[in-house]
Design a protein around this ligand. Structure first.
Ligand code: MN
Length: 228
């Protein structure tokens, strides 16, 4: 292999609970409209199945401060279960899908809602609305085997409860999400999949303290910093 023309960018990583070694992030896929009540609050059609979009791997943040992004007046929170893959594959069946799972984390799919609304109206892609820098704050990953987490998922802003749901209400469950994704992309160790948000999404401002929690999985907590 020839030398690089400049030093290779660092691999984004997330901490793993109880482990000195970090999880290297390869890709971030996200499921849209995976809870019926959220699909309704976004004006979605009840008959339309969930779908995928993506964020760049270097959108992950595991620190306590997330800058308010540029070019938006409507930054929204979406708390989500995040699947972390420890193995990959293509055309994986739902029966085999859980064997790819390394663990789970609690993430927030930060969204420039105003840019998303404009993109939807124009039939344009969502990258600027969803895939911006520091748009994926995520808790440490909890190693997991067996049936996926089933508990409550919640998000607070400045100690006020804003989002509350049950992962049992997901339209596509974890195994189905992995199987669907593997029919579209070759999955690999290091991939993260945001699994969609329950109802109650809403705005964040500079100085807001955000905390997302999934029972038995973990907490993600951060403060919205100055505009970048
Ligand atoms: Mn989302």
């Amino acid at each position: 292999m020839p030398p690089f023309v400049f030093p290779a960018p660092a691999t984004p990583t997330l901490p793993v609970l109880g482990d000195a070694a970090a999880f290297p992030v390869r890709r971030i896929l996200c499921v849209g409209r995976n809870y019926a009540a959220h699909r309704r609050e976004m004006g979605g059609d009840d008959r339309e199945p969930p779908f995928f979009f993506s964020k760049p791997a270097d959108a992950v943040v595991s620190g306590m401060k997330v800058p308010f992004p540029s070019r938006t007046e409507e930054l929204h929170h979406e708390v989500e279960l995040v699947i972390a893959l420890g193995a990959g594959g293509e055309a994986v069946s739902a029966d085999q899908a859980l064997s790819l799972v390394f663990g789970y984390a609690t993430g927030v799919d930060l969204t420039r809602r105003d840019l998303q609304t404009a993109a939807k109206a124009k039939g344009q892609p969502w990258d600027a609305a969803k895939g911006f820098d520091a748009s994926a704050p995520i808790s440490p990953i909890r190693r997991w085997s067996g049936p996926p987490p089933t508990g409550a998922i919640r998000l607070w802003v400045n100690d006020a409860l804003k989002q509350e749901g049950e992962m049992a209400d997901m339209i596509w469950g974890v195994a189905e999400i992995i199987a669907e994704a593997s029919s579209l992309w070759r999955l690999a160790a290091g991939d993260l999949i945001f699994t969609g948000t329950p109802e109650g999404v809403g705005p964040l401002g500079i100085g807001d303290r955000v905390r997302g929690e999934i029972e038995r999985v973990g907490d993600v907590a951060f403060t919205i910093g100055e505009r970048r």
